[in-house]
Design a protein around this ligand. Sequence first.
Ligand SMILES: [Cu+2]
Length: 151
Amino acid sequence: MIRETLATTLLAAAAFSLFPQLASSAEIQVKMLNKGSDGEAMVFEPAAVKVAVGDTVKFVPTDKGHDAAGVKELTPDGVAAVEGKMNQELVVKIEKEGAYVIKCTPHYGMGMVALIVAGDGKPANLDAVKAAKLPKKTRDRLDAEIAKLGL
Ligand SMILES: [Cu+2]
């Protein structure tokens, strides 16, 4: 009896470690918009998302004329920056903890920027994200999003 219970527990633990996404993975949608619900022009909405490793973030081209691309130097170490195409959906599977800054290439200077934070606590590369020299509008929006996440 005890042995059976132990075997069942071990099996469940093994299954969980092999397929953790079965238990927890989520897909978060981020829209690319000409105008946000707050009236701001050229935005990702939501512009800040907190996710778990294993989740996916889907960037949806709700309005035309946008893309979603990772900012190389503001991506966790060892992770390649994603490159979306204009007017196309981009699905990003998050495989590592950290902060990911995503830009819309044509509107980066206008502050069209999104922040993905994966994992709990303060991301290892958050200081780099906070210190990055960016166009003023972009810097301001990013700071607001960091604050929104309480980081
Ligand atoms: Cu854009």
